[in-house]
Design a protein around this ligand. Structure first.
Ligand code: UDP
Length: 253
């Protein structure tokens, strides 16, 4: 079968031309990278898990009126999405201090923040995705004041939705990153959630044990990344594999 035209290849995903104008096919690879791609590995099954989990989160968001690029899953590794003009910012929401905010501001990891904090990082691998202020964003034309207001509102709605979902399965949503894109309906432009939402771009801690169930398992060599993501998928009832005990054919009397 002729392969579709590749539009873009990133660290963990590939985008192919979609079947209709305005659509793309997003393919999830098994590759994991950290520290601006200085650390790399291939983790069997990660792409399948992230495809399923991103589908689950984005479908839920679409269902509560938070617009996303997700249209439908095509197969184990691919989903059909709306093509967007990606805003060159990573939007991070934090509920608990961890990672770069802990280092930058000397706040102990695990400290609850007084309210959710939204941060913007300029997407530029060569610069290591630096933290930028709203002043930078507007002055350099990466987004307008209206875009910023809309991005903060989208990010906080995603935070409310994901935090609740995770709390229901005994997981604390410490922080996450989303990317946002523009779509055009004629002259009318709006912003929608794009890219992916998965344990690659979230920090997820078990509420009782503090066990990490996200990409920090890979970044900090804490165990098997696919096992951690499978645990998240199982708790949420998102099962990429047959449930345990159902892997062999069984006779029905
Ligand atoms: N994050 C991400 N991609 C990036 C940088 C961060 O998905 O390029 C996510 C990360 O997984 C975490 C949140 O954004 O859930 C905040 O990351 P942080 O700024 O603490 O950076 P890190 O410690 O991961 O370098």
């Amino acid at each position: 079968m002729a392969r579709r035209k590749k539009v873009y290849e990133g660290k963990a995903k590939i985008l192919y031309e979609g079947p209709e104008p305005g659509t793309l096919v997003q393919y999830f690879k098994d590759d994991a990278t950290a520290f601006n791609a200085e650390k790399r590995a291939t983790i069997d099954g990660k792409g399948v898990l992230n495809n399923r989990l991103s589908e689950y989160f984005m479908t839920g968001l679409n269902g509560i009126g938070v617009p996303t690029h997700f249209i439908r899953r095509i197969n184990m590794r691919e989903q059909l999405i709306r093509a967007v003009e990606i805003i060159p910012l990573e939007v991070v929401v934090r509920n608990v201090a961890a990672g770069s905010i802990s280092k930058r501001l000397g706040i102990e990891e695990g400290t609850a923040l007084p309210r959710p904090i939204v941060e913007f990082y300029y997407k530029d691998d060569a610069l290591g995705d630096p933290l930028v202020s709203e002043e930078h964003i507007i002055a350099f034309g990466w987004a307008t004041q209206q875009d910023l207001d809309d991005m903060i509102s989208l990010a906080l709605r995603v935070n409310d939705f994901l935090s609740g979902l995770m709390l229901g399965v005994n997981i604390k949503l410490v922080d996450f990153k989303i990317e946002i894109g523009r779509i055009w309906d004629g002259d009318f432009m709006r912003l929608i959630v794009a890219d992916e939402i998965s344990p690659d771009s979230c920090r997820l801690w078990d509420i009782d044990t503090g066990q990490k169930l996200d990409k920090d398992v890979f970044r900090r060599d804490l165990g098997d990344l696919a096992d951690a993501y499978t645990e998240v998928a199982k708790r949420l009832g998102v099962m990429p594999n047959a449930p345990q005990g159902m892997t062999k054919p069984t006779l029905i009397n």
